[in-house]
Unconditional design. Structure first.
Length: 261
C-alpha cells in the first residue's frame, strides 16, 4: 500500500492557487526586464520568508528545486566563459574570454534564475490541479472548456510515467531490452506518443459526451475561496518587486535589457 502524501502545512499552503500564480508573476516581471546583481539578490533575499511559509518540507523542497540549483550555476559558467567581455580580461583561450564584465553578468544571471524560478516552483509544490482549475475558472474567468481540458491533460501526466515503466517491463520480459539502448528508447518514446494520443482522443470524446464542451454557463462543485490571505500574498509579491527595483535604481545597478545598447 502506497502511503498517503504528507498534508502540506504552512501559512501559504492552502492559499488560493490563483494568488500564488499572481504573486510569482509579480515577482518575476521586473526581473525579466533587467540583468543585474542587486535586483536579483534583493528579490532572492526577500523571497526566503515566502519560501519558508509555503509549507514545503525540506526533502520536497530540494527534490523539486534541484533542476533550478543545477541550471543556475551551469548558465553562470557559460556566461562567464562566453559572455560579452568588458573591463579587465583575466583569461583568454580560443573562444573563451573571462573578464570583469562576463563575471558580473554570470553572477547576475545565476541570481536571476534562482529569484525567478524558486518562488514559482515552491509555491506550486502544494497546489492541487483541481483547485487551480477552479480558481482560474471562477476567479480569472477563463473559459471553462479550456480550463477543464487542461485539467484533464494534467491529470494524465502521471499516467505517462506508469506507461513508460510498463513498456520497459514488457520489453524486458520479451528479452528485447538488453541491447540497442538508443533504439529501444526511441521505440518506447514513439509507442508512448501513440498511446498518449489515443488516450487523449478517448478522454476528449468522453468529456464531450458528458457535456464538458457545452457553451452554457457551468456550475462548480467546489467554491474557490478568496479573502485577506490572497490579497496579502499578492501585496507581498508586489512589495518584493518594488523593493528590488527601488534598490537597484538607487544603487545605479539597474540594467534595462530592452533599452538602447
Amino acid at each position: 500500500m502506497i502511503p498517503a502524501p504528507p498534508i502540506p502545512r504552512g501559512p501559504l499552503a492552502h492559499v488560493n492557487p490563483v494568488a500564488k500564480l499572481g504573486a510569482a508573476l509579480l515577482i518575476a516581471f521586473p526581473l525579466i526586464l533587467t540583468i543585474d546583481v542587486v535586483s536579483a539578490a534583493v528579490a532572492l533575499l526577500l523571497e526566503i520568508p515566502l519560501l519558508l511559509a509555503a509549507g514545503v518540507d525540506a526533502r520536497t523542497f530540494w527534490r523539486r528545486t534541484a533542476p533550478v540549483w543545477i541550471a543556475a550555476p551551469l548558465a553562470a559558467v557559460t556566461i562567464a566563459l562566453y559572455g560579452e567581455p568588458s573591463g579587465t580580461v583575466h583569461f583568454e583561450w580560443l573562444l573563451v574570454r573571462v573578464s570583469d564584465g562576463s563575471l558580473a553578468l554570470a553572477a547576475a544571471t545565476c541570481l536571476r534564475i534562482l529569484a525567478l524560478a524558486l518562488p514559482g516552483v515552491v509555491l506550486f509544490a502544494t497546489v492541487d490541479p483541481t483547485d487551480l482549475a477552479d480558481g482560474l475558472a471562477q476567479r480569472v474567468r477563463l473559459p471553462a472548456r479550456f480550463v477543464l481540458g487542461a485539467l484533464g491533460g494534467m491529470r494524465l501526466v502521471g499516467l505517462l510515467f506508469d506507461d513508460w515503466r510498463e513498456l520497459e517491463l514488457a520489453r524486458r520480459a520479451r528479452g528485447v531490452a538488453d541491447t540497442g539502448r538508443v533504439r529501444r528508447v526511441l521505440g518506447m518514446a514513439f509507442a508512448l506518443v501513440v498511446l498518449a494520443l489515443r488516450r487523449g482522443a478517448t478522454l476528449a470524446t468522453s468529456m464531450e459526451a458528458r457535456g464538458f464542451g457545452s457553451d452554457r454557463a457551468r456550475t462548480w462543485a467546489r467554491r474557490s475561496p478568496w479573502g485577506a490571505r490572497e490579497w496579502m500574498l499578492l501585496a507581498i509579491g508586489l512589495g518584493i518587486s518594488l523593493t528590488a527595483v527601488a534598490v537597484a535604481v538607487a544603487t545605479g545597478a539597474w540594467n534595462f535589457i530592452l533599452g538602447p545598447s
